[in-house]
Design a protein around this ligand. Structure first.
Ligand code: AMP
Length: 320
């Protein structure tokens, strides 16, 4: 009697790596080259990696207009070469896609299969999917650490309206400031923006993650006062009582969750020579990972890391 051949189950890390390598060869995606420097933002003590990607100008951005613009949904019918899994959890809820415009290899997106909007809060299933993926990837690639993040709402730095979380590997040796915040012996970190960071237990349930998220968001938003930033007006429009959630970022590793309410997706900082630099900031900025589109801005941020503190403060709300 023939024994049925069982296909060994490929772990998720191998699936992503295999699909990514294939997508590079077919040209379905192209890794944008970057140069990077590590600096510490002096006011906050936040360790940062500042990167510069010359070809980022080609990446889709949210149009800068207050009018509602209908744009095609790139996640409605994803191309096969970018699709790692059509049904990530086997529950019909999420696809796992490769980012078409990565600056970090194997950057993936957890996208809802049914259209949902990026102005929605995360729910227990979203958080469970993201945390489980981070945990699996950390475990399957020893020595690596991953972060999942969510850019919620118009002032959060998101570019696509179809609900998606994102996930990538942290730069080698990079220790996010949150690790220090959660160490009671450490007092050298003072972020200049309203936020809440909470430690996570091992294998948290989706409901537990959702409860931590909702209480963190409530605390971080409740105590924030209107900032002087001009984009506040845009935010106020988006935050009616029955309307979408306030713009915010969520950062999730295996060990912590950070929630940062946002006031603006980008801001202008002026260097010591009087030159103005426009900097877009999404969730990764609130981890200490900044991405510049111009060489001038990259040089300015590396030479004057206090500009990073300034940008993070201007794109969020005053500290609690
Ligand atoms: P966000 O800017 O936070 O809304 O994230 C959207 C992500 O989707 C960005 O990192 C884009 O690079 C990525 N992206 C845009 N278009 C596509 C596409 N057609 N397929 C896969 N990823 C995409």
């Amino acid at each position: 009697m023939n024994t049925p051949q069982t296909q060994p189950t490929m772990d998720i890390s191998t699936r992503i790596a295999t699909k990514y390598a294939h997508a590079l060869t077919t040209g379905a995606l192209k890794l944008t080259d970057t140069v990077a420097q590590r600096v510490t933002a002096p006011g906050s003590g936040i360790p940062c990696v500042v990167s510069f990607a010359p070809s980022l100008a080609n990446k889709p951005e949210r149009p800068r207009t207050s009018k509602t613009v209908v744009r095609p949904d790139p996640f409605a019918d994803p191309c096969e070469d970018l699709t790692v899994l059509r049904d990530l959890r086997g529950d019909g809820q999420y696809m796992l896609l490769l980012n078409k415009f990565p600056v970090i290899p194997e950057h993936v997106l957890v996208v809802t299969r049914e259209y949902r909007t990026q102005t929605e809060l995360l729910d227990a299933a979203d958080l469970a999917a993201a945390h489980s993926l981070v945990t699996q990837l950390d475990t399957q690639t020893p020595g690596s650490r991953h972060v999942a993040f969510y850019n919620c709402g118009p002032a959060s730095g998101s570019s696509q309206d179809h609900k998606h979380l994102q996930l990538f590997r942290l730069p080698a040796g990079f220790v996010p400031y949150q690790e220090r915040q959660l160490n009671p012996q450490e007092s050298s970190i003072s972020p200049p923006f309203a936020h809440v960071t909470v430690p996570l237990p091992l294998q948290p349930s989706g409901d537990h993650l959702a409860s931590l998220y909702n209480s963190s968001l409530g605390t971080a938003c409740g105590a924030s006062t209107p900032s002087a930033n001009s984009a506040k007006t845009q935010e106020a429009d988006a935050t009616t009582a029955a309307g979408p959630a306030p713009s915010h970022n969520v950062l999730l590793t295996r060990t912590f969750m950070t929630v940062v309410p946002r006031s603006a997706a980008s801001t202008t900082v002026t260097d010591a020579r009087g030159r103005a630099h426009v900097l877009g900031v999404n969730a990764t900025g609130y981890l200490g990972l900044l991405l510049c589109k111009s060489d001038e801005t990259y040089t300015a941020l590396c030479a004057e890391p206090s500009l990073i503190d300034q940008a993070l403060r201007q794109c969020a709300h005053p500290p609690l």
